[in-house]
Design a protein around this ligand. Sequence first.
Ligand code: CMP
Length: 147
Amino acid sequence: LPEKTLAMIKPDAVQANYTSAIRQIILSEGFHILDEKLAHLDDVAVKSFYREHAERSFFPSLIRFMTSAPVYAMILEREEAVKKWRTLMGPTDSNKARIEAPNSIRAKFGIDGQQNCVHGSDSPEAAVREISTFFRVLQESNVDSPR
Ligand code: CMP
């Protein structure tokens, strides 16, 4: 069953000109890109997007990083998109990714635990919320509901 997820190329990778290389990997792994856009997030947008991390010690630094340059947001669709995109990204910490998942995108293009080149929604419910922060779409539900 096709599922959607939000993929975001973060400021470190956009700045380093990795956008087209990462986009090519995504397409070669069988994802369809339904929509995509470059966006420069402000503090309010980042605080909302990452609100579940608001109490973490790295939050102020995360806000500075995520507002430092544009991001490139994409709606990805394929079977099990949320899980498949998270596997393709690899572990959050790019240095851990280089040891544990050397073929992952973070292993290839990430810098460290914060500047880790890409983001992916962590559940179908989060995907609905995150897609709506970037894209104004008439979105059907991404989760099964009883009928
Ligand atoms: P992401 O998967 O987008 O979700 C939250 C982000 O916070 C994460 O990627 C990193 O960019 C950042 N992050 C997570 N853990 C840490 C950490 N320990 N130190 C600094 N930044 C972090």
